[in-house]
Ligand binder design. Structure first.
Ligand code: B12
Length: 215
């Protein structure tokens, strides 16, 4: 037990340091003892949280954050098949993307992975996606839910543009819109007329389950 905690701590430390090779091999090792969820939460995400605090306090700068994000992605690549293992037949389709002007994708990718693990099909549009692309993707892929992520206070306002764009295109009644990302709140979701908000990936899965049960 103590050893597992040590291992998860080491993953967090190496993630923060940005050593992708160490994170990859430690994640492989940890999978023999710990659940994929605990490695994600207590290892990788904990490392990203530490670097986030340092970034905020100007103790580290963008290059360090990028290197840590790359290390996190190396660990996530190892976890992905495990998190998706529970998947059987698709329980519904979710179109996911980070809004226009915003390049942050770590949170979106984690939400996508947990949704896939819970049996949903996720179509990932990537980052910096604008209203037109989203409308085109909805027409092409016909998802039940659209998930939008934003990490910047300057880009979160694009979420409202997307909802207005859906109304204009006559698609709003066909799709539920859920939003998330560090600056997003339930109050903001209510204000712009989104159908749901979740503060983290685990709650996102419950949110999607609830919304799909009601359609
Ligand atoms: C990593 C990071 C970066 C990386 C991004 C790498 C990548 N591939 O994503 C890089 C270095 C590129 C970067 C760049 C910038 N960043 Co930055 N970045 C961060 C940092 C440190 C961590 C974000 C992160 O990944 N968190 C970990 C994940 C797991 O958490 P999360 O994203 O919140 O996601 C969870 C929930 O929010 C939720 N969720 C997320 N999305 C969704 C979607 C749905 C549908 C649902 C339901 C839920 C959900 O579930 C997730 C999992 O639990 C944050 C600090 C912070 N504490 O947030 C700053 C931060 C977001 N960045 C910030 C800034 C200012 C910038 C830059 C403008 C810096 C600059 N001067 O150039 C640029 C902007 C680039 C751009 N155009 O997007 C500010 C934003 C301030 C603000 N108020 O807007 C922050 C808050 C740092 C700070 N305190 O100053 N950044």
């Amino acid at each position: 037990m103590e050893e597992n905690r040590q291992l998860l701590h080491e993953i967090a430390v190496q993630c923060e340091k940005g050593d992708a090779d160490a994170v990859r091999s430690l994640t492989v090792e940890a999978l023999e003892h710990c659940s994929a969820e605990s490695i994600l939460n207590q290892g990788l995400m904990s490392g990203m949280e530490c670097i986030g605090v340092k970034f905020k306090n100007n103790e580290v700068f963008i290059p360090e954050v990028l290197i840590a994000a790359r290390a996190m992605k190396a660990g996530m690549a190892v976890l992905k098949p495990r998190l998706a293992e529970a998947r059987v037949a698709s329980k519904g389709k979710i179109l996911m993307g980070t809004v226009k002007g915003d390049l942050h994708d770590i949170g979106k990718n984690i939400v996508s992975m947990l949704l896939q693990g819970a049996g949903f099909e996720v179509v990932d549009m990537g980052t910096d996606v604008g209203v037109e692309t989203i409308i085109q993707m909805i027409r092409e892929t016909e998802p039940q839910i659209l998930g939008l992520s934003a990490l910047l206070t300057t880009t979160m306002i694009c979420m409202e543009d997307v909802i207005k764009g859906l109304e204009k295109a006559g698609l709003r009644d066909r799709i539920k819109v859920i939003i998330g990302g560090a600056p997003i709140t339930q109050a903001y979701a209510d204000e712009i007329g989104a159908d749901g908000y979740a503060p983290d990936a685990a709650v996102s899965v419950d949110l999607v389950r609830g919304l799909l049960a009601s359609v």
